[in-house]
Design a protein around this ligand. Structure first.
Ligand SMILES: *Cc1c(COP(=O)(O)O)cnc(C)c1O
Length: 363
């Protein structure tokens, strides 16, 4: 069927802009496994500065950034505390166990947000029956929570407490810049509360590939070893770093447009019979909503949308996710809203649609 004309399945679907491609084409390159790609070196220094940490390391994916952070911070028998919907727990194949011999203690939050009071009793005492509680991992914005911006004061309380407990604090900041733009709180301010932070460049920032992990210099030195172990060493990676550098210049502030368009889409959904926003508040670029069974399953509803050229992602039997990003203009958003109205009407009348294919989660 090809790509949907208006593709709201994920913010990972963005294609590099002409300006980004030009930046990639003219990048000065070296061999980054040998440590001499000047564009990678400059990009890593820039991201470390931007996030207020000592050092940074380019990674092929956000998953690898998170898993290497776990691998460096934790030993087998350690335990990580995180919200049940965190990417680290829900969407990384149990990598903490597979790759690092650690367990995750998942905690049910509200739209991805856990409160300090939920964590305090989860820390194990030193007892041979129990795992060693080692790390607290937060996610900002929270993907499965609905693009939620972590309430800053709560995050600060949790991180101060974790530090006093001697726990490592890791932030999955795949969409940290969405949180920055939505909150007005700088990336360095958010990141100051953590020992390590991962960010994704291939989501809302529009790069084709990549992620960056930041932390103390010695942590990054060990992460470099683990990256080689995990097969993530890349050679002329400056071609990717050039795209990232371009994205940091041109694609951060414009995230506000994505948030405004997500709000437009949410307003349309709120007004439609049979659709219900999962959370009345849409804070950033992700919109989750429930489809009434009378309109079919989420997969069937998404298949109908797809026939009209709009891609959305079924995320549960009756739940759908729509994501606004760089490749969705104001007018495409309005068109998607109009198609949504038409498809709800069509589904209500029970007009047959082509066979619905369940689509797998992808980012
Ligand atoms: C997409 C995502 C990741 C993983 O990024 P990949 O580059 O797809 O591996 C990690 N955390 C969150 C919250 C994400 O949304």
């Amino acid at each position: 069927m090809g790509n949907p004309r208006i593709d709201l399945r994920s913010d990972t679907v963005t294609r590099p802009t002409a300006g980004m491609r030009a930046a990639m084409m003219s990048a000065e390159l070296g061999d980054d496994v040998m440590g001499d790609d000047p564009t990678v070196i400059a990009l890593q220094e820039r991201v470390a500065d931007l996030l207020g940490h000592e050092a940074a390391l380019l990674m092929p994916s956000g998953t690898m950034s998170n898993q290497i952070a776990i691998h460096v911070h934790c030993r087998p028998g350690d335990e990580i505390l995180c919200e049940v919907g965190n990417h680290i727990h829900r969407y990384e194949q149990g990598g903490a166990a597979q790759l690092s011999g650690t367990t995750v203690q998942p905690i049910a939050g509200c739209h991805g947000i856990v409160r300090l009071e939920q964590l305090v009793d989860m820390v194990h005492p030193d007892n041979p029956h129990l795992t060693r509680t080692r790390m607290v991992a937060l996610e900002n914005t929270h993907n499965y929570g609905g693009g939620t911006v972590y309430p800053y004061d709560e995050l600060e309380r949790i991180c101060d407490w974790a530090q006093n407990q001697g726990l490592i604090r890791h932030l999955d900041g795949a969409r940290l810049f969405n949180a920055v733009v939505a909150s007005g709180i700088s990336a360095a301010q958010w990141s100051s509360h953590f020992d390590s932070v991962s960010i994704c460049m291939s989501k809302g920032l529009g790069c084709p590939i990549g992620s960056v992990l930041v932390g103390p210099r010695d942590f990054i030195r060990q992460a470099l070893r683990s990256r080689k172990l995990f097969g993530g060493g890349m050679r002329q990676a400056g071609i990717l770093a050039a795209a990232m550098n371009y994205a940091l210049d041109h694609h951060i502030e414009r995230l506000a447009e994505d948030h405004a368009n997500a709000q437009r889409l949410a307003d349309t959904i709120a007004a439609l019979h049979g659709l219900e926003l999962r959370s009345p508040e849409v804070e950033t670029n992700l919109v989750f909503f429930h489809v009434a069974p009378a309109l079919g399953t989420a997969a069937e509803f998404c298949a109908r949308l797809r026939e009209h050229g709009v891609g959305m992602m079924p995320m549960g039997k009756q739940m759908v996710r729509a994501v606004i990003h760089l490749d969705v203009s104001d007018s495409a958003t309005l068109e998607a809203c109009a198609i949504l109205e038409r498809v709800v009407e069509e589904a209500r009348r029970g007009t047959p649609s082509a066979a619905a294919a369940a689509s797998a989660y992808d980012g």
